[in-house]
Design a protein. Structure first.
Length: 311
C-alpha cells in the first residue's frame, strides 16, 4: 500500500505545463497554469527593472509588497528593495542600487529599457529577453544589459532561470560595496526575525553565519500563511568569482554579490571591485526556486547539483 502513496499524490496534483506571457504598456505578465505568477516591470517611471510579486505554486506571495503596494503590518524600510532585481550600488561612483527618485546619497544611475527583444509562451516554459542601458544622470549609457528569463511550469515549485549579460560601452568600474547585486526582498513572515531561516550549501545558518560568506547557493525558508515555504538562489558555476558572496539579512534581504569583499571581510585593504572594459561582456546566470517545505525536504542540495551539471 505504501508504494501507491507517491502515485496517489501525483494523481491529486493539478495538471501543469502552461506558461503564458503577456506584454502590457509598462510590464510583462507571467501566468502559470492559468494563475498569475509574477510581472516584469519595465516602464519609463521605474529606476530599474524588477519582478513583482513572486508567488509560490500554491499562490502565496513570497516577496514583500512595499513599496509597490501598501500593506498593513509590512516593514517600509529600504524603499529601493523591489521584488527581484539586479543592479549595483557603485558603478563609476553612481548608485544603481538605492536609486529611487528622492533617495538621499550619491548620484543615481538608472537602468532604462531599450526594447523587449522576444517573448515566448509555452507548454512547459515561457521566456522573455529584453535589452537595457545603465545610464548616468545625464542619460549617457555606461553599459548595456541583455537579460533572458525563463519561467518553468512545475506542479509544486516555481523556477526562474536568469541569464544576464553586461557589455561595456564606457569603462565601468563596479566598486567594492555590499550594496548589490542580484537580490530578492522576502515577505515579512519569511524573515529570519520572524519564522525564516537561511541555510547555505555548507550548512551554515542565520545571518550571523551566512552574511558575507561564499557559497554556491543559499536557501531562505519559513512559514507563510500556515504553509512552510522557501526561496533558493543558485549561483551558476561559470559566474564571475564563483562561488558568490551573500549579502543576506535577517530582515528579508536575500542577495548574491561578488563585489563587496571589503565589507564582507571587514578588511579595508581588500578590494572586490571589477572593471568592465568597453566591448567586454560579463555573463551572470542564476536560478531561483520557490519551493514548499524547508531546505532539506525540498532537496535543495540535489537540485543545485542538477543545475550545476546542466550545459
Amino acid at each position: 500500500m505504501k508504494a501507491l502513496i507517491p502515485a496517489l499524490v501525483l494523481a491529486c496534483l493539478p495538471a501543469f505545463g502552461q506558461v503564458r506571457l503577456t506584454q502590457g504598456s509598462d510590464r510583462i505578465m507571467v501566468d502559470i497554469d492559468g494563475q498569475p505568477f509574477t510581472a516584469f516591470f519595465i516602464g519609463s517611471d521605474v529606476a530599474k527593472p524588477y519582478l513583482h510579486p513572486l508567488r509560490s505554486a500554491s499562490g502565496k506571495i513570497v516577496t514583500r509588497r512595499f513599496p509597490m503596494e501598501i500593506v498593513d503590518g509590512e516593514s517600509r524600510d529600504h524603499v529601493h528593495h523591489r521584488g527581484l532585481w539586479f543592479t549595483h550600488g557603485d558603478v563609476n561612483g553612481l548608485d544603481f542600487w538605492a536609486n529611487e527618485q528622492g533617495q538621499q546619497g550619491p548620484k543615481k544611475g538608472k537602468v532604462i529599457t531599450k526594447k523587449v527583444v522576444d517573448i515566448k509562451s509555452g507548454k512547459r516554459s515561457g521566456s522573455l529577453t529584453a535589452a537595457f542601458d545603465w545610464v548616468d544622470p545625464q542619460g549617457k549609457p555606461l553599459l548595456t544589459e541583455t537579460r533572458t528569463m525563463v519561467f518553468h511550469a512545475h506542479p509544486a515549485m516555481r523556477i526562474i532561470d536568469l541569464d544576464i549579460r553586461l557589455t561595456g560601452i564606457e569603462r565601468a568600474h563596479f566598486g567594492d560595496t555590499k550594496e548589490g547585486t542580484f537580490a530578492i526582498r522576502l515577505a515579512v513572515p519569511l524573515e529570519e526575525r520572524k519564522t525564516g531561516k537561511m541555510i547555505s550549501a555548507e550548512g551554515l545558518s542565520t545571518e550571523k553565519e551566512v552574511w558575507g560568506k561564499r557559497s554556491p547557493w543559499v536557501d531562505y525558508s519559513g512559514e507563510l500563511e500556515g504553509e512552510k515555504l522557501g526561496v533558493a538562489i543558485f549561483d551558476h558555476p561559470a559566474n564571475p568569482k564563483h562561488p558568490t558572496y551573500w549579502h543576506s539579512r535577517a530582515y528579508g534581504l536575500f542577495a548574491a554579490n561578488i563585489f563587496g569583499e571589503r565589507d564582507f571581510y571587514r578588511d579595508k585593504t581588500r578590494d572586490g571591485g571589477l572593471t568592465l572594459e568597453p566591448g567586454q561582456t560579463w555573463r551572470f546566470r542564476y536560478r531561483v526556486i520557490i519551493h514548499p517545505g524547508d531546505t532539506e525536504s525540498a532537496g535543495i542540495a540535489a537540485l543545485y547539483k542538477k543545475y550545476a551539471a546542466e550545459k
